[in-house]
Design a protein around this ligand. Structure first.
Ligand SMILES: Nc1nc2c([nH]c(=O)n2[C@H]2C[C@H](O)[C@@H](COP(=O)(O)OP(=O)(O)OP(=O)(O)O)O2)c(=O)[nH]1
Length: 139
């Protein structure tokens, strides 16, 4: 059996907005929007990998919360998961992405409808819309 590597992405919601990051590469997804994140190293937990990736990509420190229910097989050896994350320190900057954008539920629906999300991430749209509708509570 091939060991599955995990790509871990962060669902960062604050004030009823979700943070999206615009990819610049590879060509097939250039210009499309994703949840920031990246591949976990061998032996690295998804939570540690997400903290590391968001530090590198956005320059923020996060607390990692629960996982979204859907996971997506990208290839036979690569699985994509999303974890909720909460910024504890720093303001996100597009260190490795073309741009960052905070979107509300309507903007997320529009990006989805116009095909501007990275294809694999469309699996998360229903769950993200639920999170965006939720009243911010003590966390
Ligand atoms: N980070 C991230 N990657 C995603 C998402 N959706 C999706 O299909 N991918 C794919 C794109 C890539 O094939 C892979 C992760 O690549 P990456 O470029 O973000 O990760 P990385 O920095 O660790 O990888 P690399 O440059 O070493 O190849 O997962 C998503 O929402 N976030």
């Amino acid at each position: 059996m091939t060991a599955r590597r995990v790509v871990v992405a962060g669902a960062i919601v604050a004030d009823r907005r979700l943070l999206l990051a615009q990819r610049g590469y590879p060509a097939e997804v250039d210009g499309l929007w994703e949840l920031p994140g990246g591949k976990a190293e061998l032996g690295e937990s998804p939570e540690s990998a997400l903290r590391r990736e968001l530090r590198e990509e956005l320059g923020v420190e996060v607390r990692v919360g629960t996982a979204l229910r859907e996971s997506v097989a990208l290839r036979h050896d690569l699985v994509l998961v999303a974890l909720r994350a909460y910024i504890e320190d720093g303001s996100p900057r597009a260190v490795e992405h073309r741009a960052l954008r905070w979107v509300d539920a309507d903007e997320l629906r529009s990006l989805h409808a116009e095909g501007s999300l990275v294809p694999a991430d469309t699996a998360w749209v229903p769950e993200l819309l639920v999170d965006l509708a939720r009243r911010p509570g003590p966390s």
